[in-house]
Design a protein around this ligand. Structure first.
Ligand code: NAX
Length: 328
């Protein structure tokens, strides 16, 4: 039998944690032949709640679940970690300035990066879900100089999945019929969902839609503001869909993306598409042999260029702000 893979989940007692842990333990993260050991990290006040979730995980008697440990110390939680899901973050509260938000998250993601640097397994893969995800990932990565930078990613898969679903609805097809959609930039309201290279049943999606007003005034804002719409409707932020996207992201990273398609991943730029090197920005990406590769050679039209640049500018501003605060 395969050796268990150590999966550390931070913010394990939160709402995404609750939607995520059972799916990991059931084998959906890494596959039905891979046992997992869960290592849950929480703040001390939430450890009891995490223990409650662990009791329920026990009660599922998942055949692939090889153990659960709960920590309030990052060094311990990331010791031997193979897959790190950084979900817990400091949310923006009323009256909080952006600088305060970045600083509070620097206090979380800096030490977690150090702990990953100190104790992670050689093959560690990190996915940051907690917002501001791209910049939190940049902070963690900056504190882990011994880990290859490309092992730090941030999640735009939820945005990708939202875009797939909106486009499928518009065209009256299913999500299975759509390939090669891209989210560019920041996981924020400036993100740019790009359908110019997407294919619908082999046809170009932008041509199939043939409606720039819909693209500009409906599709892009609907995808970018979907998180707010969920809060408005549900009275709580996206949780199950966010957990689902995290599962998709890691599953594809480890097992590869399907031939003839790509997905969207925020990863350290190598300078492709004019995105400054090192910035953690969303790109079209395929996973081959366990590593993400940015899809190369796409032609970027003026409509897309403007929007990619605007989102990248926002990422640069966030990077400059955390630099000024001494967080990277
Ligand atoms: P919750 O507030 O329900 O849970 C967060 C949990 O993190 C809490 O249990 C808290 O105790 C814990 N936590 C806080 N600081 C911690 C630390 N230093 N170490 C370990 N645990 C810590 O939030 P939830 O709805 O689960 O969302 C979690 C994060 O995901 C938020 O930052 C949220 O903004 C972000 N999201 C990101 C998305 C994405 O697509 N990238 C989409 C969904 C979600 O909005």
């Amino acid at each position: 039998a395969k050796a268990p893979v150590n999966v550390t989940v931070t913010g394990a007692a939160g709402q995404i944690g609750y939607a995520l842990l059972f799916r990991i333990a059931s084998g959906q993260l890494l596959g039905a032949d891979t046992p997992v050991k869960l290592r849950l990290l929480e703040i001390p006040q939430a450890v009891k709640a995490a223990e409650g979730t662990a009791m329920e995980l026990d009660d599922c008697a998942f055949p692939l679940l090889a153990g659960i440990d709960i920590f309030d110390d990052a060094r311990q939680a990331f010791d031997g970690v193979n897959v790190a899901l950084l979900v817990g973050a400091r949310p923006r509260t009323k009256g909080m300035e952006r600088g305060d938000l970045l600083e509070a998250n620097g206090g979380i993601f800096g030490p977690q990066g150090e702990a990953i640097n100190a104790g992670a397994a050689d093959d560690v893969r990190v996915l940051v879900v907690g917002n501001p995800a791209n910049t939190n990932a940049l902070i963690a990565q900056a504190h882990a100089p011994d880990v290859p930078a490309e092992r730090f990613t941030a999640m735009t898969r939820l945005d990708h999945n939202r875009a797939l679903s909106q486009l499928a609805g518009k065209l009256g097809v299913t999500v299975n019929d759509i390939k090669k959609l891209t989210i560019w930039g920041n996981h924020s309201a400036t993100q740019y969902p790009d359908i110019f290279h997407a294919e619908v049943d082999g046809r170009n999606a932008a041509e199939a839609v043939n409606d720039e007003a819909w693209l500009r005034d409906t599709f892009i804002p609907t995808v970018a503001k979907r998180g707010a719409a969920i809060i408005e409707a549900r009275g709580a932020s996206s949780a199950a869909s966010a957990a689902n996207a995290a599962i998709d992201h890691v599953h594809d990273w480890v097992n590869g993306t399907p031939e003839g398609d790509w997905t969207s991943v925020a990863l350290p730029s190598d300078g492709s598409y004019g995105v400054p090197e090192g910035l953690i920005s969303s790109f079209p990406a395929v996973s081959r042999n366990g590593s993400w590769e940015i899809v190369q050679g796409l032609e970027i039209n003026e409509f897309s260029r403007e929007r990619i640049d605007a989102s990248v500018r926002e990422l640069e501003e966030e990077r400059d702000a955390v630099r000024k605060l001494g967080l990277i």
